[in-house]
Design a protein around this ligand. Structure first.
Ligand SMILES: [Zn+2]
Ligand SMILES: [Zn+2]
Length: 147
């Protein structure tokens, strides 16, 4: 497997991907205090941040928000925002696909998590900065929709 797709999203890029201004987030906001990956349940991941904020994502959302170069470019081209699923082609033969779930989640240094997904994709490195920017909690979603 080629590793060309691997990239770490910079703070500026993370902000842009999340449709936000590149205002620097406080260190406590991008430092996880506790991470729960609900791999066995297959539901999703939760992060408690040092600033007291909690973020939660389901695995399908995280898979569709993969920050690797390949997925990023593909989203740009098709105009999808991070987390938005690919439109399903209307075909006669409907294939059942297993819902996305990670087979492996490994820390990358002190700044990111690498997900290996059940579809074999493993080039996505999710930085704390990126994850905090794409927080799906009610407060953050409300903030985003005001813009
Ligand atoms: Zn990807
Ligand atoms: Zn939030």
């Amino acid at each position: 497997m080629s590793h060309e797709g691997i990239r770490i999203v910079s703070a500026e890029q993370a902000a842009r991907d999340a449709g936000q201004e590149a205002v620097k987030l406080p260190t406590e906001a991008v430092t996880p205090a506790r991470i729960r990956v609900k791999k066995t349940e297959g539901t999703g991941m939760e992060i408690d941040w040092k600033d007291g904020h909690t973020s939660a994502w389901n695995f399908a959302w995280l898979r569709n928000a993969c920050p690797c170069a390949t997925c990023h470019d593909e989203r740009e081209k098709s105009g999808r925002i991070p987390g938005e699923p690919k439109p399903k082609a209307q075909t006669l033969l409907m294939m059942y696909e297993a819902p996305p779930r990670p087979v492996e989640v490994t820390p990358v240094g002190k700044y990111a998590l690498k997900f290996k997904w059940n579809d074999g994709h493993e080039t996505g490195i999710y930085s704390w900065e990126y994850l905090r920017r794409v927080c799906r909690c009610d407060a953050c979603l409300a903030k985003g929709s005001m813009e």
